[in-house]
Design a protein around this ligand. Structure first.
Ligand code: SAM
Ligand code: SF4
Length: 423
């Protein structure tokens, strides 16, 4: 989502006549888009800003965007007085006015208001990935997970109108895209604010029906808003991709309650059973936090047993990181850093074994792959299946970039498949 926010902000600048240069040193304006989801990401910002203190930053506008901007606000000007703009994502729609202030010589220009029901619409969006176009459909978050900084940095949940979204999809097709990925912190909580009143699964069907669209992805789904209707839509509309990213965070219902995730282990597993019962095979990926305050060895073992039961296709696992303004920050029984690291390593090893064994099942299967890369040294093309699996394959063809190819699988590793082009 941050990468796509940058594409939209760059679009605002391009529409004003700015142009991209080769390096920050040759730029008149340098904007840092920042993440504060974990402490480590947030710390990086000040290191990067320090690069622009003194001579290197002279005659440049240096600005900070995103979640660290929202979280730290005007304190950034105190720590890095050479910064001239601080703007959180909920204020991006005001960027043209903020830029006018900057261009008029303004210093300490801020966009920090979180209280909004408006979304960030852009006339121009820079597209960094030529094969997959990202599209934000819902901004902010109305959940209140006890570990998470997002509701405090991205503001309340607000959906774009279905008309604005469908219009953007049509423009993307006209620009040559066949694959789009719908984005939102809780993408499936989507509620059309216009008279059309589409819910998420209706929007999915409408996007997939735009002529020229061959693949529709979406991320991230919240288990609480994950309905059978979504599974039915994927089952009946081939253009809807068979990949669901459904973060579970923990396999222990007690920890889930402490996290304020609003579902139990059993309710999560019920959603998994809907996906598994569908006619089309879908891949399922998840996010997990290890070492949440008070997590016992037995509760961590429940997370491992959930991995064994679900057999996810991929897991993004993180050590719990206490964040400002969150209720978990001051919870008792913090887990020591070395225990968190051990748990993370155990979990990643277990998941790796699952992926090695699960991926063997695809040997001799055939997949349609959208080609998005070439490894010259290995003589292989690379692309993704509808289920978002990476396939590296050989082909006698000269240039396959951007094309859909049928590939037969001949090998499987933990994170990717290997194959041969068959048509
Ligand atoms: N909205 C999504 C959801 O509800 O699952 C995910 C949002 S967050 C940007 C992405 C992931 O970062 C989360 O799923 C969670 O696993 C992880 N995360 C969020 N806050 C964290 C924290 N304080 N410490 C460690 N990991 C965290
Ligand atoms: Fe954060 Fe929870 Fe909202 Fe996801 S649903 S963005 S984890 S508060």
């Amino acid at each position: 989502m941050n990468a796509h926010d940058s594409e939209k902000v760059a679009g605002v600048l391009l529409a004003r006549g700015y142009r991209q240069v080769e390096s920050p040193d040759s730029a008149d304006m340098v904007l840092f888009n920042t993440c504060s989801i974990r402490e480590k990401a947030a710390q990086k910002v000040f290191t990067r800003l320090n690069d622009f203190r003194g001579q290197r930053g002279r005659n440049k506008v240096v600005g900070v965007l995103g979640c660290v901007a929202q979280q730290e606000g005007e304190r950034i000007f105190e720590r890095a007085p050479w910064v001239r703009m601080v703007c959180g994502s909920a204020s991006y729609r005001n960027l043209p006015e903020l830029l006018t202030e900057i261009e008029g010589g303004g210093t300490r220009v801020t966009g920090l208001n979180l209280d909004t029901d408006e979304t960030f619409e852009t006339e121009v969006t820079r597209r960094d990935n030529p094969f997959r176009a990202y599209l934000t459909i819902i901004e902010g978050c109305d959940y209140a997970c006890s570990y998470c900084v997002v509701p405090h940095t991205r503001g309340p949940q607000r959906s774009r109108t279905s008309a604005a979204i469908l219009n953007e999809v049509k423009h993307l097709v006209a620009g040559g895209f066949t694959e789009v990925q719908l984005l939102g912190q809780t993408v499936n909580s989507y509620r059309d604010p216009s008279a059309a009143q589409m819910n998420f699964s209706q929007l999915l069907r409408a996007v997939a029906a735009v002529p020229g669209i061959r693949r529709v992805r979406f991320t991230t789904s919240h288990p609480n808003d994950f309905t059978r209707e979504i599974v039915d839509a994927i089952d009946s509309v081939p253009a809807l991709c068979g990949h669901i990213h459904l973060p579970v965070q923990s396999g222990s219902s007690r920890i889930l309650k402490e996290m304020r995730r609003t579902y139990t282990r059993a309710e999560y597993l019920e959603r998994i059973s809907w996906i598994r019962a569908a006619q089309r095979e879908s891949s399922i990926t998840t996010d997990i936090i290890v070492g949440f305050p008070g997590e016992t060895d037995a509760e961590f073992t429940e997370t491992l047993s959930l991995l064994d039961g679900v057999k996810f296709d991929g897991v993004f696992a993180f050590k719990y990181s206490p964040r400002p303004n969150t209720s978990a920050k001051d919870m008792p029984d913090a887990i020591p850093e070395e225990v968190k690291s051990q748990r993370l390593a155990i979990l990643q090893q277990r998941q790796r074994e699952i992926q090695i064994s699960e991926n063997q099942k695809f040997l001799a299967s055939e997949f349609e792959v959208l080609v998005d890369g070439r490894h010259e040294s290995r003589g292989q093309w690379s692309g993704r299946t509808t289920s978002n699996r990476i396939v590296n394959f050989t082909s006698p063809a000269q240039n396959l970039l951007g094309q859909y190819c049928q590939v037969k699988i001949t090998g499987a590793g933990p994170n990717s498949l290997v194959g041969e082009h068959i048509a």
